[in-house]
Design a protein around this ligand. Structure first.
Ligand SMILES: [Zn+2]
Length: 138
C-alpha cells in the first residue's frame, strides 16, 4: 500500500510539471478524490482512474495566517489565507488561497458571501510545484 501511495504522489507531481492538475475519479460512483488517493472515499472502490480537474472551486472558510507563524517559504505567495476548498467535482480539503487580505475577508464575511469562487493554479516552490488557489474577483 505504501508503494502504491508513493506512485500516486509521483504521478501527481509529474503532471504538475506538465501543467495538469490531476485527481482520481471513481468509475463506479463518479466521485473525484483530490488530492489524489487510490481508493474511493465515497464508495470504497479500489479501482480509480486519473482525472484532470477543472480547477473551479469554492472557498468555504477563510483563516488568515498568524503573522508570527507564517513560514518564509510562503512569503513569495504574497497575500494569502488558508481555507476549506470544495472542488466543483466534489472533493473538500484545506488549501492555500492567494489574493486574500484581512480587508477582503472582513468584507466577504460582512456581506455573507461565503462560499466565494476560487480557481486552482500551479505554484512553483523550492524545487517542486504544488497546487494553490486564486481568489476569483467578480
Ligand atoms: Zn466510488
Amino acid at each position: 500500500m505504501a508503494i502504491k501511495l508513493e506512485k500516486v504522489t509521483e504521478k501527481f507531481y509529474q503532471s504538475l510539471e506538465e501543467g495538469k492538475i490531476l485527481g482520481r475519479k471513481c468509475p463506479k460512483c463518479g466521485a473525484v478524490e483530490f488530492p489524489p488517493v487510490y481508493a474511493c472515499n465515497s464508495c470504497g472502490n479500489l479501482e480509480t482512474e486519473w482525472y484532470e480537474i477543472s480547477g473551479n472551486a469554492k472557498m468555504h472558510s477563510i483563516v488568515m495566517p498568524a503573522p508570527l507563524s507564517s513560514k518564509p517559504e510562503y512569503k513569495a505567495l504574497g497575500k494569502f489565507a488558508y481555507g476549506e476548498i470544495e472542488l466543483e467535482e466534489g472533493s473538500r480539503f484545506n488549501g492555500v488561497v492567494r489574493g486574500m487580505t484581512k480587508k477582503k475577508r472582513k468584507q466577504i464575511l460582512e456581506e455573507g458571501k461565503l462560499p466565494v469562487p476560487v480557481k486552482a493554479a500551479i505554484y512553483q516552490r523550492d524545487g517542486y510545484k504544488t497546487v494553490v488557489f486564486d481568489l476569483v474577483e467578480e
